[in-house]
Each structure stands twice: as C-alpha cells, then as structure tokens.
Design a protein around this ligand. Structure first.
Ligand code: PLP
Length: 368
C-alpha cells in the first residue's frame, strides 16, 4: 500500500457481484422496488433487528423524508441537534423549513449532551435529532425521558452506527426513527444508499410514497415529494456486502485494537473509548490532540502525515454553526466544547484490510 487514505470502500469479489446482478438482465427490472430491493430490505430488517425499514437512494434523503413523514415540517418549528456532525444532519432540518438549534456535546464521546437539551426547548421545539457520532451511542435513555416530558419526536442520525448494539439491542430501535447511510465510505455500503428504521407501521406507506413523488396506488399525488428510490444494482451491491459485514467489522476491530495499543497511553492524545454495554462497529479512529501536552497541533500532525503519503481527515471540521451557510443565522457560538473538539480532532485511516503493519506505520508517523 503506497498512499494510505482515511478510508477505503468495502467491496465484494467482482464475480460475486456479477452473479448477483445477472437476474436484472433477464427481467429488465432496474428500479422501483424490484425483487433485489425487496430482498435486501428483508435482510437488513433481520440484520439490524428493527421492526420496520425503508430503503432510500442515500442517507441524506432518507433523513429529510423521515422528518417530513413524521409531520414535523409544519409551522417553522425548531429541532435540537448537534453541530458536531456531517452537514447533512442540519441541512435535512433546514430543507424541511425547520430551524436547527445547536446543543453542545459531551467531551468523552462527542454525542449531544442531554444535560444541555432542556435549556434549549421552547414552545417551537418539535424534535431532537441526535447523532451516534463515530458509532458512539448517544445517551438514549436520557434523551427518551426529555422527549417524553416535552412531547418531542426523536430521530437519530445513525449514519455511522451500522451494526452497533446497545445493551444487546440494535441501534435502530431507539427514538421514533433512525437513519442509516450506506454511502461508499460507511461500514456497510450500497455504493450510495440509506435507510430509515422505525417502529410505527403507519409511517411505512408515507416513507414509501415520499420517495416516489407522493404517488398513491391510484396514481394520484397527495404530496410535493421527490425521488429517492434505491435501484436494483445498488441493492445487489448491498446483498453482496451484507454477507461479509461481520467479518469486515472484525477486521476493523483488529485495526482499532492495534491503534489502542499504540496510542491510548500517549500523553496529549485522547482516543475514542468504547463504552460498556455497547457493541461497536469500529467505523472511525478519531484522536484528539492537546497541543500543550503533545507538543504538536492537529493541523501539524495532519500535515506531517501527508508528507508520508498518509491521509487523515479533519472530521468534523468546522462545526456546522460556523459554516458559511449557517454562521450568520445560527452562528452564535453557544457550543464551545464542540468547537474545541472540532479544532483538535483527526480521524486516522481505518478500513477493512488496512492491516496492523500499516497501523504501526501510521502510529510511528504520528509519534515522530
Ligand atoms: C454520511 C452521513 C450522512 C449522509 O449520508 P449519505 O448516505 O452520504 O447521504 C448523514 N449524516 C452523517 C453523520 C453522515 O456521516
């Protein structure tokens, strides 16, 4: 491996994929909930251990449509979320005509701090949208209590959390809905793709119709919906990748453990610790640098890794409330912890097949 990127997509054997897409060339059914789509949907329901699931062309549109299907898009309400996430989370809120209200995060696992949520609730608040950042499980119990007390919906952005379990329960079982991303860079991919896991069966029809122009069975249209369907070729990629996802996570775990051996005890470096009761998916390896103790800043480390053909990623940087589209309207810097972490965090390469020798090479480069 010459150049080491921060991630590399998991892929099946070429022959296996070709075998999987063969039926498409016999039945000419390319998209619109075809047989491969239906098969993948059932397999994912089983794998994730969730009551209901609906597949989408990508995770972002899945999230946007879930917000709409839960009926939250009315009256310009507010949604409490985290600024320490991929911009998709907040864009999905704004694109529904809602206002994101940014809540600060916890120092230890970078997820939304439930102790700071209540102070942000107003009579306009309609929902909480927390993110299981890096596959770290949010404080689901505390969030549930707050949501109950104030009658709010909870939608989890579980884009990083495919295969994660909390107390033995699949992560897609918490809240009113959870969004999974099957983007090429995620633990499980369908090239591009995503899903909503949910409990309330009455959402199923809406999610189905809203990803297909708001068409009903009679061909009439009852909503100004767009198009977010998953096609057969991507579903086939999903079926192939799903066969190996457990192996893939085990391989990631080896990489994670080697990183931990090498970096967990270094002064000035904070690693991501897997919590009790959590079955993790080892999706990312974020490290936080304390320049005063470590001697080098995040940006200096990133630069010197690059010189050795190793590519980390400032993920997430900047925080969303400081992005250009956001800072004027939402840019009050009310989330100092998120801002501080965002300035010091670096995701080191972690993917299936990276191997412990490469981890050593990366760690040596970090520590030099
Ligand atoms: C990847 C990601 C998304 C968007 O998913 P896509 O499938 O790329 O549309 C949303 N939120 C988070 C936190 C993500 O990492």
């Amino acid at each position: 491996m010459g150049r080491i990127n921060v991630t590399r997509s998991s892929m099946p054997k070429y022959e296996e994929y070709v075998e999987e897409i063969k039926p498409i060339f016999d039945n000419y059914w390319l998209t619109n909930m075809g047989p491969i789509h239906e098969k993948l949907q059932v397999r994912l329901l089983e794998y994730l251990g969730v009551p209901q699931i609906s597949l989408f062309s990508n995770g972002h549109l899945a999230l946007e449509i879930a917000i709409h299907a839960l009926g939250l898009h009315k009256d310009g309400g507010e949604v409490i979320t985290t600024p320490f996430t991929f911009v998709s989370t907040a864009n999905a809120i704004v694109r529904n005509g809602l206002k994101p209200v940014f809540c600060d995060i916890k120092e230890d696992d970078y997820t939304i701090d439930p102790a700071k949520i209540e102070a942000l609730i107003t009579d306009k608040t309609v929902a909480i949208l927390p993110v299981h950042v890096y596959g770290n499980v949010c404080d689901v119990e505390a969030i549930k209590q707050i949501a109950r007390k104030y009658g709010l919906k909870v939608i989890y952005d579980a884009a990083h959390a495919f295969g994660v379990k909390y107390k033995g329960i699949g992560i897609g079982n918490f809240g009113d809905a959870s969004m999974f991303s099957f983007h090429a860079t995620k633990v499980f991919n369908t090239i591009e793709g995503g899903a909503i896991a949910f409990r309330d069966a009455s959402l199923a029809k809406m999610l189905h119709d809203y990803k297909n122009f708001g068409l009903d069975e009679q061909g009439d249209v009852y909503s100004f919906a767009g198009n977010a369907k998953m096609d057969e070729f991507r579903a086939a990629m999903g079926l192939c990748n799903l066969r190996y996802v457990d192996e893939s996570i085990q391989d990631r775990k080896k990489v994670y453990e080697r990183y931990m051996e090498r970096l967990a005890n270094i002064k000035g470096i904070k690693v991501n610790v897997t919590k009790e009761n959590v079955e993790h998916n080892f999706s990312y390896f974020p490290v936080c640098f304390d320049k005063d103790v470590f001697g080098k800043s995040r940006d200096e480390v990133l630069f010197s890794l690059k010189e050795k053909d190793i590519f980390g990623r400032k993920y997430f940087y900047p925080v969303i409330n400081e992005m250009r589209a956001y800072r004027e309207t939402y840019g009050v810097n009310s989330t100092p912890i998120a801002k501080n972490i965002s300035s010091n965090i670096l995701c080191l390469p972690l993917f299936e097949g990276l191997g412990t020798d490469n981890v050593d090479k990366i760690c040596n480069a970090v520590l030099e």
